[in-house]
Write a protein that binds this ligand. Structure first.
Ligand SMILES: NC(=O)c1ccc[n+]([C@@H]2O[C@H](COP(=O)([O-])OP(=O)(O)OC[C@H]3O[C@@H](n4cnc5c(N)ncnc54)[C@H](O)[C@@H]3O)[C@@H](O)[C@H]2O)c1
Ligand SMILES: O=C(O)C[C@H](O)C(=O)O
Ligand SMILES: [Mn+2]
Length: 561
């Protein structure tokens, strides 16, 4: 009997069963199930199959006229029947992913309180801080194996969304299932509600979060710690993904907790991994290696510094001298080029600051001792330009065309999400570089027509990484997430990229994402064996365990318990 056919035994009957999205089959409950589970008469008489249901859903979906309506429809479907939702999502992943994930999930977070229908996941709010263990019990019978948690403070490039940030863990976990084959009953989204400093949300009479300014400092850190310790008690082996925390907390918690449990920070590590993987493909097109690049990163935050560090690691693995590799990185933040004499840098920024002595001989900029993005591009002649600033349009025509003067194939990654925060539109970047740019973006863009050719735009988003990483970790019981595992995901991702022909093809098509995630999971498993994180097992065994673990969207027989 195939894995998917093992019957599920339940005590639920009638409407209670129909109201349980993990078990509900709607019109696909069989005649026997209807009789045994008290469903006769509650359902219309025709017994349908999943494909027929997907057709009906497709028709209803076509009638939606705005992206927010499409998002609401898909979320409601997920809360009605998870199997049907995932079948629809997986079958049409390229079209539907932007509706459950970036960019539309950004709108979903901003309007979370307005479109709110039914609870999903857990809200751990500060006023209930003495009852965190009890709140986690609310997960009920779920066999929780992966949690995505946010406090909503830096939602994409949209800033503080308070409790509305819950849209992000829900969206990320949908991709764990759709793209990585993690069973939905193994996933749990969590929102730490510590208030919000977003005035608009605080003044919104419909705001569903705790109407209070953000708790900060020691109280906040103690609260997060109480949460993490409670998670460890309840689910000691869970994979805990930190998502969309503010810059002041992302790296802090990563360093604090990485040796305490199986966790990672997606904005720091997952992002770095997808960028390094895409960069491997990009340098194949542009010529040279990672170690040859001169890199300007705009936005020296969690993502920017994570990306720079992992690219440096890749250059060193290619044989570069570590100090020399580091010296080729130019981080730009609000004050321009990040220099070691600047006040108030975080330690992770300090490590990437250029030495004031190194720029002493540079031509004077507009502000004494400071250098703008435009000035840095002119002086440094970068080969790679990465945007993780959340500042739309910051890659101006002047900046891009300046870069194109000195780089034959400029590698340009405007990575900020959602689309409204993108540093430059791919169509503009191609036009400003006579079609020579090698482009990756964070949000999805349609292929661009330029000079009689069609350029696919690589969606350089951590969604290419975390589902496969999670699959590997869960299928093989890997107890910690290491930097080496992330480097393995980058290499595995690059291996799946199609060969570039007359236009760059940096990443595989999203339609192949489950195959890509499987390939990444296998690479993660091999890296874990190599690092001694799990007992030595052969490659065939790794592959077999991953294949067996992959959840498929199909109905399983249900019997009365
Ligand atoms: N493509 C992806 O997979 C991916 C992954 C993570 C983050 N991102 C995007 O990257 C952006 C930043 O994320 P983060 O976690 O690093 O946030 P962050 O807040 O840690 O960092 C953003 C940095 O940009 C700087 N900045 C703001 N205005 C600037 C300006 N005018 N010039 C230069 N720098 C400026 C800020 O000072 C800050 O240091 C977000 O928009 C997010 O959506 C994309
Ligand atoms: O959520 C995304 O689309 C990617 C990333 O994690 C981000 O914060 O922008
Ligand atoms: Mn994120």
């Amino acid at each position: 009997m195939a894995e998917t056919e093992k019957p599920i035994a339940t005590r639920l009957r009638g409407m209670e069963l129909i109201d349980t999205p993990l078990l509900n089959k709607g019109s696909a409950f069989t005649t026997e199930e209807r009789a045994a589970l008290g469903l006769d008469g509650l359902l219309p008489p025709t017994v349908e199959d999943l494909d027929t249901q997907v057709r009906r859903v497709g028709e209803a979906y076509k009638g939606k006229t705005t992206d927010l309506e499409r998002h609401i429809y898909l979320r409601a479907l997920q809360d009605t029947s998870e199997t049907l939702f995932y079948k629809f999502l997986i079958d049409h992943v390229t079209d539907l992913m932007p509706m459950v994930y970036t960019p539309v999930v950004g709108l979903g977070c901003q309007q979370f309180s307005e479109i709110y229908r039914r609870p999903r996941g857990l809200f751990v709010s500060y006023p209930l801080r003495d009852r965190i263990d009890a709140i986690l019990e609310g997960a009920g019978d779920l066999d929780v194996k992966v949690i995505v948690v946010t406090d909503g403070e830096r939602i994409l490039g949209l800033g503080d969304q308070g409790a509305g940030g819950m849209g992000i863990p829900i969206g990320k976990l949908s991709l764990y299932t759709a793209c990585g084959g993690i069973a939905p009953e193994n996933t749990l989204p969590i929102l730490l509600d510590v208030g919000t400093n977003n005035k608009e949300r605080l003044e919104d009479p419909l705001y569903i979060g705790w109407r209070h300014e953000r708790i900060a400092g020691a109280e906040y850190e103690a609260f997060v710690d109480a949460f993490v310790q409670a998670v460890k008690r309840k689910w000691p082996n869970v994979l805990l993904q930190f998502e969309d925390f503010a810059q002041s907390h992302a790296t802090l918690f990563l360093e604090r907790y990485r040796d305490q449990l199986c966790m990672f920070n997606d904005d720091v590590q997952g992002t770095a991994a997808v960028v390094v993987g895409t960069a491997f493909s990009a340098v194949k097109v542009a010529g040279g290696s990672i170690a040859d690049q001169r890199v300007v990163v705009v936005g020296a935050g969690s993502a920017g510094c994570g990306i720079a560090e992992q690219l440096i690691k890749a250059a060193v693995e290619e044989g570069a001298d570590p100090a020399e590799a580091r010296s080729r990185f130019y981080m730009i933040d609000r004050e321009g080029l990040v220099l070691d004499d600047m006040q108030g840098l975080w330690p992770f920024q300090q490590k990437l600051a250029q030495k004031t002595s190194a720029v002493a001989a540079w031509p004077a900029g507009e502000k004494p001792g400071r250098f703008s993005l435009a000035e840095v591009v002119k002086i440094v002649k970068p080969t790679m330009l990465i945007g993780v600033s959340g500042q739309p349009g910051i890659f101006t025509e002047a900046v891009i065309s300046q870069m194109a003067e000195t780089a034959a194939r400029p590698i340009i990654f405007p990575l900020s999400n959602p689309t409204s925060r993108c540093e430059a539109l791919p169509s503009d970047v191609l036009a400003w570089t006579d079609g020579r740019a090698v482009i990756g973006t964070g949000s999805p863009f349609a292929p661009v027509e330029y000079g009689g050719k069609t350029y696919p735009i690589a969606q350089t988003n951590n969604s290419y990484i975390f589902p496969g990483l999670g699959l590997g970790v869960l299928a093989l019981g890997i107890p910690r997430v290491s930097d080496g595992m992330f480097m393995a995901t980058s290499r595995a991702l690059a291996e799946t990229a199609p060969a570039s022909d007359d236009v760059p093809r940096l990443l595989p098509s999203l339609a192949d994402i489950r195959k890509v995630s499987r390939h990444i999971a296998i690479a993660v498993g091999k890296a874990a064996v190599k690092e001694g994180l799990i007992p030595a097992i052969g490659d065939d065994e790794i592959t077999a365990r991953i294949d067996a673990a992959m959840w498929q969207p199909a109905y399983r027989p249900i019997v009365a318990a």
